[in-house]
Ligand binder design. Structure first.
Ligand code: BG6
Length: 512
């Protein structure tokens, strides 16, 4: 999705590829590079979306040669590509792969980089456009940005652009995120910074805006007159999968809520943007975050539930307790589950609770946004026929069965006017076919054309941190108190059910 007005036509006619550029990947030997970046680059090539003037320069500590790096990637792409690799297409990419061994913190690495880039640029005609992709652990974000700045590599001369792409986690609280923003902005301008939230790259997430604003029928009921509550769930069946070292310092609130879930919330709740353009949309999202009712300490105690998985069974597989995961402290008080209730204090949403829940080692992998409508004000049908009737709901299903479902009451066939709940399904893959994607294609492409719509702006990111600050603070003070265990393979601790039950509501029952 892009804010460039005629992009759709240009892409359709093959006229608009990404700009000529070199993608410089810091962390080229890492997981993200092989799992996401190369498969995405391959898919962009398949879609004719890469410029013919394109190159990749991998930077990492490993003392590899260009040949050994190319061979490694060529072997890995077979495993991680989302489609069958065609040899001639892969050769095209392979010829454009370069490698530079170097320590991310050593100034010599940046001298070598500054020396190497013009040569690659000349060879491939990339017009001085460099995209620095930081696929590294977060402790390197600041040092890399600073050194790029010192080496003069972030300076944009003439038409040549210099962009930096930063993976998450972006800070671990408001202060560290603000410090990182300052550091980045001291060597480049905000327009050069592309902060990734990979949820924004998901097709279904992008569709929230289209669904809401390209259809005349939903917006009139998208408010507190018609909507009773909104439930956003991001459930994962996996545990921490070898990322215990990172996760134990993060936890579900930092890992999922502050970023991905707050983005889903903003897209669901925002006002129509003035234009289909990056800042118009990002301004609207920010307004939502500004209107979120701040959590007091008492709100945290009453309306935020945290849990940690104990041993259990997920889909027939035994799962060890979180505390037994590698690199997790045996007495860890890190939450692997969060459920919370929040309010958006504005005209549209006043009084409508937003319930959010996310967790690891849950029974299923399901992400969805459920809009629960109010009960119809009056039902002509007698009570005895309405036993199975529920208020209608509209579900935007993010993954895995991407689609949109409307649940509503209908009369069961038969003599008696008995009601039951039925559903209308829109399923992406059935309608459009299954598009193979790593989820990074749009993000890389948008960075190549300079469209920041799907990236997080500094002020917005800091606002999201400030919303969770009271939660972080209260939990730190509570230490292990009020951290509720739940067996792996269940929908979180009972307290999460209580949170919503006491409002006379319940979580949607989800299945895989
Ligand atoms: C990442 C988190 O940002 O998102 C992971 O760090 C999580 O812990 C992942 O598993 C989920 O992403 P997806 O695309 O699989 O829903």
């Amino acid at each position: 999705m892009s804010s460039v007005e005629t992009l759709a036509q240009q892409v359709a006619t093959g006229a608009r590829t990404g700009d000529p550029c070199i993608v410089v990947v810091f962390g080229a030997a890492g997981d993200l590079t092989k799992r996401k970046l190369f498969p995405a680059i391959y898919n962009l090539l398949r879609g004719d979306l890469l410029s013919a003037n394109f190159a990749i320069l991998g930077v990492d500590r490993e003392e590899a040669t260009v040949e050994s790096f190319r061979n490694k990637i060529a072997a890995e792409i077979k495993q991680f590509a989302t489609v069958e690799i065609e040899p001639d297409k892969w050769d095209w990419i392979a010829q454009r792969i370069h490698y530079l061994p170097g320590d991310f913190t050593a100034p010599e690495s940046y001298k070598a980089l500054a020396d190497r880039l013009p040569k690659i640029d000349e060879k491939h005609g990339t017009q001085g456009n460099f995209m620095f992709y930081l696929a590294t652990p977060p402790r390197f974000f600041s040092p890399i940005a600073r050194q790029l700045g010192t080496a003069g590599l972030t300076r944009e001369d003439g038409n040549a652009w210099r962009r930096i792409v930063i993976e998450k986690p972006f800070g671990r609280d408001l202060a560290s995120a603000a410090a990182l923003n300052q550091e980045l902005q001291s060597v480049m301008s905000e327009t050069q910074i592309f902060r990734i939230d990979h949820y924004l790259g998901k097709e279904t997430v992008q569709n929230i805006i289209v669904f809401r604003f390209a259809n005349g029928i939903f917006e009139p009921v998208w408010n507190n007159t018609w909507i009773d509550n909104v439930q956003i769930t991001v459930a994962e069946s996996v545990g921490v999968e070898g990322r215990g070292g990172y996760y134990d310092r993060a936890g579900a609130l930092r890992d999922m809520v502050q970023n991905h879930m707050f983005q889903l919330l903003a897209l669901t709740a925002m006002e129509p943007p003035a234009r289909f353009a990056a800042d118009a949309i990002r301004d609207r999202k920010k307004e939502v975050h500004l209107s979120i009712r701040p959590f007091t300490r008492q709100d945290v105690l009453d309306n935020v539930v945290r849990g940690q998985y104990a041993a259990g069974t997920v889909a027939g597989r035994s799962v060890a307790a979180y505390r037994a995961e590698p690199s997790v402290a045996a007495d860890s008080v890190t939450e692997t589950f969060v459920a919370l209730k929040m309010f958006i204090d504005n005209q549209r949403w006043s009084g409508v609770p937003f319930y959010l829940r996310t967790g690891k080692a849950l029974p299923a992998r399901v992400s969805e946004i459920a809009i629960q409508f109010k009960q119809s004000p009056y039902s002509v049908l007698p009570e005895e026929y309405r036993a199975n009737a529920r208020p209608s709901s509209l579900v935007l299903r993010i993954q895995p069965d991407e689609g949109i479902f409307l649940h509503f009451a209908a009369k069961e066939p038969g003599v008696l006017p008995k009601l039951d709940m039925v559903g209308m399904d829109f399923c992406y893959s059935r309608y459009f076919g299954k598009e193979a994607s790593s989820g990074y294609e749009t993000l890389l492409y948008d960075c190549m054309i300079g469209d920041p719509m799907l990236f997080t702006r500094a002020d917005n990111l800091e606002k999201c941190w400030s919303i969770v600050e009271p939660v972080i603070g209260t939990w730190e003070e509570l230490k292990g108190e009020r951290l509720y265990p739940y067996p792996a393979g269940t929908w979180g601790p009972d307290k999460a059910d209580e949170l919503i039950r006491r409002d006379g509501r319940q979580w949607r029952r989800l299945t895989a």
